[in-house]
Ligand binder design. Structure first.
Ligand code: NAD
Ligand code: MG
Length: 347
């Protein structure tokens, strides 16, 4: 039996994880947590709504922690798990983006749940001679639009993602390409590959989940339906690769098209690359400013294009000095949030 603690159990990833766990006799849900949504319909011996997630983890004694919390709020659980050498199935990319320099010093193993990183993890297993990682992205609901056409887009339009059904924050991140920016930094920390050897390419139907190019000219790709149950199942049952109820891909119906990302229209991708290259707490500031800006956009208080403006402004203002510990990291996160708020409501 593998004891699973599920954080973010009421979310998009959390719900799908419960489906996977229920279907596998070797997986046991020992603890479930959410932010504010009740857990009445979740069947687990330990449950917690709000509060300190690490207290729940202490009691749960898990073999694997699935961190599917959204945002920087997942940082404590990520570091707690890695410090103890417990396997971390990581959906909460924001914690690794912000805390990657701290997290990579710890002994626990991260098994990515993000579909692109799960794909890369699989393509890299047992390999050598890696040239570049190629992250794929759908391009989001506004792929092909000009900046002019994005002036007045609403939260509702941005929430209509073409290929994935996800929580609201990551769906907006997909529309701005901040999600691919966060994933670029996530890939850097997960696989220890420098930023100039991580490419991003648009593959509109989300069938190719990412690729690895090797020095002999070969490229290995991971193909599948855009369905998060696959990477969730892979991470929870690794290395066994348990069965899922998915239909096999119908290859005769596939045509695969790739495009370069439009970095002029969607500045969040290159802002992430710059923040990642600078290192220190720049990625944490990028993430914090984005969280504030996305919340403001969802509340109808900031135009869509304003999200990148807020993040760019905050990155100009922060000093980016490295965090020695979690206290430093939280301070950097708070500073970036404060700068973002000031940008939203100028005094
Ligand atoms: P969601 O908004 O649907 O769910 C978020 C979950 O986190 C909820 O259960 C909520 O109660 C919980 N939560 C929020 N704040 C919390 C707190 N302070 N303490 C405890 N729980 C808290 O989000 P989602 O789409 O499931 O995404 C979760 C994470 O997975 C994000 O980091 C996202 O980027 C990542 N991810 C999601 C998908 C997807 O398909 N949804 C794909 C790849 C990566
Ligand atoms: Mg992803």
């Amino acid at each position: 039996m593998k004891r699973v603690a599920l954080l973010g159990a009421t979310g998009s990833i959390g719900r799908q994880a419960i489906e996977i766990i229920s279907a596998h006799p070797e997986l046991e849900l020992v603890a479930a947590a959410s932010g504010t949504t009740p857990l009445d319909d979740v069947d687990a011996p330990l449950k917690q709504v709000g509060g300190d997630l690490t207290e729940l983890l202490e009691r749960a004694e898990p073999d694997v922690v699935l961190n599917a919390v959204v945002g920087f709020a997942g940082i404590h659980a990520t570091l707690w798990t890695l410090e103890r050498g417990i396997d971390l199935a990581l959906a909460n990319k924001e914690s690794l983006v912000a805390g990657g320099e701290l997290a990579t010093r710890l002994r626990g193993r991260i098994i990515p749940v993000d579909s692109e990183h799960s794909a890369l993890f699989q393509c890299l297993e047992g390999q050598s001679g890696v040239e570049t990682l190629v992250l794929t992205g759908s391009g989001g609901p506004f792929r092909g639009r000009t900046r002019d056409e994005l002036q007045d887009v609403t939260a509702e339009q941005a929430l209509a993602h073409p290929t994935w059904r996800m929580g609201p924050k990551i769906t907006i991140d997909s529309a701005t390409l901040a999600n691919k920016g966060l994933e670029l930094i996530e890939a850097h920390f997960l696989f220890d590959v420098p930023y100039d050897r991580i490419e991003v390419v648009i593959q509109p139907t989300s069938i190719v989940h990412s690729l690895v190019r090797f020095r002999d000219g070969a490229a290995l790709a991971h193909l599948g339906q855009p369905d998060m149950r696959v990477p969730i199942s892979y991470a929870l049952t690794y290395p066994a690769r348990a069965a899922t109820p998915l239909e096999p891909l119908d290859l005769t119906r596939l045509t695969l098209e790739f495009q370069a990302p439009d970095v002029e229209t969607f500045p969040m991708l290159e802002l992430a690359r710059e923040a990642g290259k600078k290192g220190g707490t720049y990625p944490a500031s990028y993430n914090a400013a984005n969280e504030v800006a996305v919340a403001s956009f969802l509340a109808g208080k900031l135009p869509f294009l304003g999200i990148a403006d807020v993040v760019a402004d905050v990155l100009e203002r922060v000093d980016g000095s490295p965090a020695r510990d979690l206290t430093d990291l939280i301070a950097a996160d708070e500073t970036a949030r404060r700068f973002a708020q000031e940008q939203l409501t100028p005094v």
